[in-house]
Design a protein around this ligand. Structure first.
Ligand code: HT7
Ligand code: ZN
Length: 858
């Protein structure tokens, strides 16, 4: 496939200024016509080039005269002599055969679009690039019975009936936008409606459209939408700018949601919730995604991206904004822990592997492959660092200037950084390397104490590992929130922001007669790995006394990681390891009843790192050893603290269901306690888990119990799984959970069960949610996926080969796990490479999958 390079950016030769679209909608043959007002960009005689993917014009006129076109790669070229022209073209497309779910596609009898990044060219040939911003008017015609609801961007300007049981709706969006923000929906949908009045007094009609029967599950999404609108006004001074804001939920969708102007389209899993079918985690995800898409109205739509290399301009900034929103809506500390856990689970491995890329990449083959954790989550961390360096007021001044300067434009990351420099008064010269450089920086820290001068000197170093195409890297400025904690007072004199900008740097703090304890990278102020030289006992001290909740969490995680890595490598004397275990059990025991913690935070702190994360800490991952060491530690914590876990479980079980913070915390700790009770192998564990399952009046408790049962042997497991399935048959989102519960379990027969599930009548390759629900937990189940026989790799290869012709975008996301072959022993690495080679040899393999496989083999 052709490589597209950032350095080759040139503005388009022709601008499309206005677009009038007409659709005669039909599941199998939709007729599309487009009238484009175009304008030559500068002095040249180059043709108008329109991007096409699977569609060609059936008719084409220029200023009313039939015109010729020719193929040039993935484009058609049309010679035009005048400086401006009216181009009219027509085509016909078949939404019901569009299994890629890009462009116009059918989902459960409705029609909808997905145009980001390059889907619009599957609807009509067009200048399909984000720097072409045009005003759209859209006329939709369809059968009134099958498609009673007709929606597009902007506001409805006209509607009415036509002959033969058809009707029409005309929509106009006054805001110039790139084609990737175009959307239409047609279907038999019901709306939940509400209103919002902007700070300036403008009324906005809000609606969430779902299939009949789902309307009782939209209240939480609507609440989240109104809260997001108010938050963006309060925190960023940004108001909504159309009289309507529509959301539509669809079941077949490649990603989470899409921020089309005035018509957001959502994967139904990020809209539909009620206590019986959605967990607390689902509720939070809905709140976060609704906010994310709403915030795009400014960070993405009003100011969009010049080209797709700038994707993090809108995605990194918008993720940062939605993270802050969710922190404000709930617990800042818990949200930070969740976000860092996600970054470490997804972005750190990506940044350390063959698919590593900077947050502003230099090249790509298929842009869909760049909707990555690096662009989104590391992108958000880069914005967060600027916010940390500037402080809230100056950061807001920077963002105000950015929106003022670039409103209505297609901008670049460099323009964002410049606005931050000018508005926030930051010098971001060296900081720009964060945009250019892939890989996670490694920071070493050591605190040296000098009793004579009563000083503590912090010695810091930064290091980088090479990443593909970047063998050497420049130094980066790394903001480290730091505190030195007095051992007696168990307090510090204030936190400092230490900027590590050189390869090695030392900072001296005065007034420390005794060596203090170092608390560094508090709140995870920089997305780096820390290697801190510590005195024995320091981590335990931090777990008990650090006033930064993230640092407390981090200290216990580190203590556990150190312990497990030592166990896996059988490092140190057995007696030392036993003493280490005593420390962990004892601190867990204290934290189970620590009054300073709420239950939600308590659950975070007392959760063990995943097997995959432990693997990340090792040069060569040893799946079986990790699995047994972690299991043994869980068993020890479960057994030694069994009485306490029982008390916690009972206490939490007495709390009635509500969405209050306390009740949610109780549900969270309840299932954690249940998990430890099960790990203790207490004879009544199955009975307790089944009782939680059977008496649950909400999905959080039911799923929490089911997760524990799914890993157990015995009748309770089968009976709970059957009852879960029978209760929710027909509810696709809950049946997704039923699949995931089984493929993520630690049951000894999980592989065989997964094979059976692939044959289950409810499994289908055409629904991305279902594919991800079954396969993703299996692939993330380290001990199973990396089974020494290679059967896990073969199972995934089989999926890739079957799914690629159906949905290449979803397929390509499954390549990364095989691409990690360098981190495994020779036998596993050879099998993983063999699978990649087998995939690459498949005739007709998509561009998406080819790019990921080629890079993984390099
Ligand atoms: N901006 C949206 C991206 C998106 C997307 C990209 C490729 C293929 C399908 C897609 N659906 C949505 C999502 C977001 O970040 O808000
Ligand atoms: Zn986004």
């Amino acid at each position: 496939p052709q490589v597209i390079r950032r350095a080759d950016y040139r503005p388009p030769d022709w601008w499309v200024k206005t677009v009038a679209l007409e659709f005669d909608l039909d599941l199998s043959a939709t007729k599309v016509s487009a009238t484009l007002e175009i304008e030559r960009n500068g002095e040249h005689d180059r043709p108008l080039r329109l991007d096409c993917d699977g569609v060609l014009p059936l008719t084409l006129t220029i200023d009313g005269m039939a015109a010729n076109w020719r193929h040039e790669g993935d484009q058609i070229a049309i010679d035009i002599s005048a400086p401006t022209a009216t181009v009219h073209l027509t085509t016909t497309i078949a939404p019901d055969t569009n299994t890629q779910l890009m462009g116009l596609f059918a989902s459960n009898g409705m029609l909808c679009t997905q145009c980001e990044a390059e889907g619009f060219r599957r609807i009509i040939p067009f200048v399909d690039r984000p720097d072409n911003m045009a005003v759209y008017e859209v006329l939709l015609r369809a059968d009134k019975t099958r498609f009673p609801v007709l929606l597009a961007n902007g506001a409805l300007v006209d509607s009415g009936d036509l002959e033969d049981g058809r009707h029409y709706a005309r929509w106009h969006d006054p805001h110039p936008k790139p084609s990737y923000l175009f959307a239409l929906v047609a279907g038999d949908l019901v709306a939940t409606r509400d209103h919002f009045t902007t700070r300036s007094g403008a009324p906005v009609d809000l609606a969430i459209y779902v299939r009949a029967g789902d309307e009782g599950r939209t209240a939480h999404a609507m609440q989240a939408l109104k809260a997001s609108m108010a938050w963006d006004e309060r925190v960023y001074g940004l108001e909504y700018d159309l009289p309507v804001f529509n959301i539509v939920a669809v079941s077949d969708f490649n990603m989470g949601a899409m921020e089309n102007k005035g018509l957001n389209i959502f994967n139904s899993r990020y809209i539909l919730a009620d206590p019986d079918t959605a967990t607390d985690y689902d509720y939070d995800a809905i709140e976060g995604v609704v906010a994310h898409e709403y915030f795009h109205n400014w960070s993405g739509n009003r100011v969009t991206c010049r080209d797709w290399f700038q994707l993090s301009l809108k995605e990194g900034f918008t993720v940062y904004r939605d993270q802050c929103f969710s922190a404000d809506m709930g617990s800042e500390a818990v949200k930070r822990i969740e976000d860092v856990r996600m970054l470490r689970a997804t972005q750190f491995p990506e940044d350390a592997g063959p698919l590593a890329h900077p947050i502003r990449p230099d090249s790509y083959m298929e842009i869909s492959n760049f909707y990555t954790s690096t662009i989104y989550n590391k992108g958000a961390e880069v914005i967060r660092m600027m916010a940390t360096m500037a402080g809230p007021e100056r950061f807001r001044a920077g963002s105000d200037l950015y929106f003022q300067r670039h409103d209505g434009e297609a901008a670049t990351c460099e323009q964002f950084v410049r606005a931050m420099e000018d508005g926030a008064g930051l010098d971001l010269g060296q900081f720009r390397h964060w945009y250019e450089q892939a890989g996670t920086p490694q920071v070493q820290a050591r605190l040296e104490h000098d009793a004579d001068s009563a000083t503590a000197t912090l010695h810091l170093r930064q290091r980088f590992s090479p990443t593909p195409g970047q063998p050497d890297k420049p130094l980066m400025p790394i903001p480290l929130r730091t505190a030195l904690i007095d051992r007696d007072m168990k307090a510090h004199r204030g936190e400092q922001l230490v900027m590590l900008a050189q390869a090695e740097q030392s900072v001296t703090f005065t007034g420390f007669a005794r060596p203090p304890v170092l608390s560094i990278n508090r709140g995870f102020s920089a997305p780096v790995t820390m290697d801190v030289a510590r005195r024995s006992g320091d981590l335990l001290f931090l777990v008990r006394h650090d006033d930064d909740p993230f640092a407390r969490y981090e200290a216990l995680q580190q203590l556990v990681i150190d312990r497990l890595i030592a166990d896996i490598g059988e490092e140190g004397a057995a007696s030392e390891r036993a003493a280490g275990l005593e420390d962990i059990v004892s601190v867990f025991g204290d934290l189970v009843s620590d009054q300073r913690l709420d239950d939600s935070m308590r659950t975070e702190i007392l959760s063990l790192p995943t097997e995959a994360f432990l693997g990340e800490q090792m040069l060569i991952v040893r799946p079986e050893a990790i699995h047994s060491a972690r299991r043994a530690l869980r068993k020890a914590i479960g057994t030694r603290l069994l009485d306490q876990w029982r008390i916690v479980h009972e206490r939490a079980s007495a709390v009635h269901y509500s969405l209050s913070r306390e009740a949610r915390g109780a549900r969270k700790i309840k299932s954690l306690a249940l998990g430890y009770i099960a790990s203790s192998e207490a004879p009544d564990a199955g009975k307790i888990a089944f009782a939680q399952f059977a008496s649950a009046d909400n999905m959080t408790d039911r799923q929490g119990a089911m997760m524990v049962l799914a890993s157990m042997a015995g009748d309770e497991r089968e009976s709970a799984l059957d009852s879960f399935y029978n209760r929710y048959q027909g509810n696709a989102l809950v049946i997704d959970k039923w699949f995931s519960l089984q493929t993520s379990s630690a049951h000894p027969k999980v592989y065989e069960q997964t094979l059976e599930l692939i044959q289950h009548k409810d499994f289908t390759l055409t629904n991305p949610n279902r594919v991800r629900a079954l396969y993703w937990p299996f692939v993330s189940n380290q001990a199973e996926f990396h089974h020494a026989s290679g059967r896990g790799y073969r199972l995934l290869t089989d999926l890739v080969l079957r799914l690629d012709p159906v949905n290449p975008q979803t397929t390509a996301r499954f390549i990364a796990p095989l691409g990690r072959w360098r981190r495994f022993d020779e036998a596993r690495a050879a099998m993983m490479r063999g699978c990649l080679e087998q995939i690459l040899a498949q005739p007709g393999l998509s561009k998406d999958t080819t790019e990921q496989v080629m890079k993984s083999l390099e």
